[in-house]
Design a protein around this ligand. Structure first.
Ligand code: PLP
Length: 430
C-alpha cells in the first residue's frame, strides 16, 4: 500500500516512510492511496482485539517491510481491552477506551506507533526525537509508549496551566528519555510549534524529528481496530450497524471510525461531540470552515480551534454536500458537561470524564428529539484523570485505575518554554 499527501505536492511513499515522517513534506497529511474493502465475512472466527486489528490492518501494511511484524505489533500494542458496556437507559452502551497505561484512548495509537517505529531500521546515528504537542492526554500516552525505548527521545509540549493537575503530573513523571516542556500558550500554539520544527530542514538534519500527534498515520490506522471489534460484536449480536457518538477535538478518533465505515465495517451513523470549541458544529450546520483560536473548557483534550485532521475528512468526502450528510456535529458547553456528569452518576451510577460527558450530552439531546436508536457513546478517558472536575459533581472519590495510580506516585518535573519557534529550536539543539 502506498500513501499520499492530502496536498498532493509530494510523490506517494510507502508505509514505513510515512510513519517515520509524521507530516508530509508539503505540509499535508498522509492518507492511503486506495481504500481496501473488508466486510464482516473477512473477520469470520476472529473475536479478540489483536486478531481483528491484524486482519483489518493487513492491507494497509501490504508490501511493506513491516508487514511480517504486524501480528507481533498488534499483540504488543493492544494488550488491554476495549469493552462495550451497557449504559444509561439500557438501549445504549459505552465503548470504554481507557483501560491502557495512561487511562485515555490515545494509548492505542501511541503504543501501536511505538511498536512500528521500534521495528524500523534506525534512520541515523542520533536518536529519533518524537515531538508531540498535547492538550493533555496524547503526551502521556506517547511518553509511556516510548519510555526507555533505545533509539528514541520524546519531547512533549503542553499548554502551561491548561491541563488537569493529574495530566500535568503524568506528563512530567517519566524522565529518562522523556522531556516535558510547559509552553506559555495554548494547545494550538504547541501544535504550531511542532509543525514549525518538523518543517525546519536544517534542524531536522541535526536532530532527526518525527511527530506523534493525531496527524500521524501510525496512530490513525490502529484506532480503526476498536471500532472494528465493537462493530463486529454488535453485528454478530443483533445484525445491526454500530451508531457512534465520538468526543472530538483534533478529529483523529472520529476519523478512524469514518475510515472503518468507509472500508466496509458495519458502522452506521457517526455523531461528533465537540465542547465549546464549535468549529466543527458550525461547519456541519452549513457555515464555511473557519478555524479559530481555541477556548479553554472542562474537556481540555478537545480544546482545539483548528482540528488537524480536517484535511483528511475532506479527502474522505471531497464533495462538501456529501461530507455534511455523512456526519453530524454538536457543541456542548461547560455547564452542560457538569450537568451531564452529575445526572448520569445520579441516575445510572456511571462516572464519566468531561470528554465522555460531551458525547453523553449529545445522546441526551437525541433522546429528547425522540431518537430511540441503540447508540454507542465512546468513553475516551477514565474520570479519575479529571478528579478536580468530576469528584465535586458526583460527591465521592473516584479511584484511579492501578496504572494511573503508579504514575501519580512518581516525581514530576517540566521545563518552561515560550511559544516561540526559535526557543524550541534552541532547546532541541541543546
Ligand atoms: C484526545 C482526546 C479527545 C479528542 O480526540 P481527537 O482524536 O483529538 O478528536 C477526546 N477525549 C479525550 C479524553 C482525549 O484525550
Amino acid at each position: 500500500m502506498n500513501y499520499r499527501s492530502t496536498r498532493g505536492q509530494v510523490p506517494d511513499t510507502g508505509l514505513a516512510a510515512a510513519l517515520r515522517a509524521g507530516l508530509a513534506a508539503d505540509g499535508g497529511l498522509y492518507v492511503p492511496a486506495a481504500l481496501p474493502v473488508l466486510g464482516t465475512a473477512d473477520f469470520a472466527g476472529l473475536t479478540d482485539l489483536p486478531a481483528i486489528a491484524e486482519r483489518l490492518l493487513r492491507p494497509f501494511f501490504a508490501d511493506d517491510a513491516l508487514a511480517a511484524a504486524l501480528p507481533a505489533i498488534c499483540r504488543e500494542a493492544f494488550d488491554f481491552p476495549a469493552p462495550l458496556v451497557p449504559f444509561g437507559d439500557g438501549s445504549s452502551q459505552l465503548l470504554e477506551l481507557f483501560h491502557g497505561p495512561t487511562a485515555a484512548f490515545k494509548d492505542f495509537g501511541a503504543r501501536f506507533l511505538a511498536a512500528c517505529l521500534a521495528r524500523l531500521p534506525a534512520p541515523a546515528a542520533a536518536p529519533l526525537t518524537i515531538l508531540v504537542a498535547t492538550s493533555g492526554d496524547t503526551g502521556a500516552a506517547v511518553a509511556a509508549a516510548f519510555h526507555r525505548r533505545p533509539g528514541f527521545r520524546v519531547v512533549i509540549l503542553y499548554p502551561d496551566g491548561r491541563v488537569s493537575p493529574r495530566q500535568a503530573h503524568q506528563l512530567g513523571c517519566f524522565g529518562d528519555n522523556v522531556l516535558a516542556l510547559r509552553v506559555a500558550g495554548s494547545f494550538d500554539d504547541c501544535q504550531w510549534l511542532v509543525k514549525q520544527a518538523l518543517a525546519d530542514r536544517d534542524l531536522q538534519a541535526r536532530v532527526p524529528l518525527s511527530s506523534a500527534n493525531s496527524i500521524s498515520l501510525g496512530r490513525l490506522l490502529p484506532q480503526m481496530s476498536y471500532y472494528a471489534v465493537a462493530a463486529l460484536a454488535q453485528a454478530r449480536a443483533s445484525g445491526g450497524a454500530l451508531d457512534l457518538i465520538v468526543p472530538t477535538g483534533n478529529l483523529g478518533n472520529a476519523l478512524a471510525a469514518l475510515l472503518a465505515r468507509a472500508i466496509g465495517l458495519p458502522i452506521g451513523r457517526v455523531a461528533l461531540a465537540s465542547n465549546a470549541n464549535r468549529v466543527l458544529p458550525d461547519f456541519f450546520a452549513g457555515a464555511p470552515y473557519a478555524p479559530r483560536a481555541s477556548v479553554a473548557t472542562l474537556a481540555n483534550a478537545m480544546d482545539v480551534g483548528a482540528p488537524s485532521n480536517f484535511e483528511r475528512l475532506c479527502w474522505l468526502y471531497p464533495d462538501v454536500a456529501r461530507l455534511r450528510a455523512a456526519v453530524t456535529a454538536e457543541a456542548v458547553d461547560d455547564a452542560t458537561i457538569r450537568a451531564t456528569i452529575r445526572t448520569v452518576a445520579e441516575r445510572h451510577g456511571h462516572v464519566l470524564c468531561p470528554h465522555t460527558a460531551c458525547a453523553a450530552a449529545v445522546l441526551g439531546r437525541l433522546r429528547e428529539a425522540g431518537d430511540r436508536g441503540q447508540w454507542t457513546v465512546v468513553a475516551t478517558a477514565h474520570p479519575a484523570k479529571f478528579e478536580m472536575v468530576v469528584e465535586p459533581l458526583v460527591g465521592r472519590r473516584v479511584e484511579p485505575p492501578p496504572a494511573l495510580a503508579a504514575l501519580l506516585g512518581r516525581v514530576a518535573t517540566a521545563e518552561p518554554l515560550p511559544a516561540d519557534a526559535a526557543a524550541l529550536r534552541a532547546r532541541l539543539l541543546r
